[in-house]
Ligand binder design. Structure first.
Ligand code: GRF
Length: 216
């Protein structure tokens, strides 16, 4: 079983996509154990409650130092026995202590084709404004692992969408968001498959070692 904690700040449509995927059986070996919001008024919290998922609010503004926030977040993630952290519309940069505690176990959804239109300052509608200002013919969404840089970790899935004549940033954002909902589920599916494959390979290697020792 892969235990997922989802971090949110806003409406939670990506969270909803993962909740729906789990409940329709598209992610058979996964469950969402916790939703953490950086804002007490995020609608994502309501979605979690409706799905009977435990929630926590960990708002940076409530802490005097980032280390206090990291400690509470690590406690909450640990208590939920988190295997994978999904940043789903999480609008804060994660403190390095969290990233170091979960290497290659945190994923983020970014609304562009990384390495284009990403990095510090590229979030929300600004990403789509940047795509339109550059005159790009296409955009898309990326799910990637989170490392200590901003939007620099290994890419897991990417999908393209066209930029259409007369597009506004809002219209492009809506088209990209549909893709985000699909690829976040696809990325979690890939992670589950990779984990299974690794377990099988480890078991096969162990059996081979035992067989070899019996021959000797
Ligand atoms: C999307 O634009 C996503 O790329 C950004 O937050 C928006 C969606 O948030 N990171 P949500 O999942 O509906 O809360």
């Amino acid at each position: 079983m892969l235990r997922i904690s989802v971090l949110v700040s806003g409406g939670g449509t990506n969270l909803q996509a993962v909740i729906d995927a789990v409940s329709r059986g598209a992610l058979p070996d996964a469950e969402i154990g916790l939703v953490i919001s950086s804002r007490p008024d995020a609608y994502a919290l309501e979605r979690a409650k409706q799905a009977k998922i435990p929630t926590a609010v960990i708002a940076p503004a409530n802490y005097e130092s980032p280390s206090g926030m990291s400690r509470d977040m690590l406690d909450a993630l640990g208590a939920a026995e988190t295997d994978l952290i999904v940043l789903a519309g999480y609008m804060k940069v994660l403190p390095p202590e969290i990233i170091r505690a979960y290497p290659q176990r945190i994923i983020n959804i970014h609304p562009s084709l990384i390495p284009k239109h990403c990095g510090r300052g590229y979030y929300g509608i600004r990403v789509h404004e940047s795509v339109l200002a550059a005159g790009d013919a296409e955009s898309g969404a990326t799910v990637h692992y989170v490392d200590e840089g901003v939007d620099t970790g290994e890419i897991i899935v990417q999908e393209r969408v066209p930029v259409l004549p007369g597009d506004t940033a809002g219209a492009l954002a809506a088209r990209v968001l549909e893709v985000e909902h699909r690829i976040v589920v696809q990325a979690i599916h890939t992670i589950i498959e990779n984990k299974k494959k690794k377990q099988e390979d480890d078991e096969a290697a162990m059996i081979a070692t035992i067989a070899f020792m019996n021959i000797m």
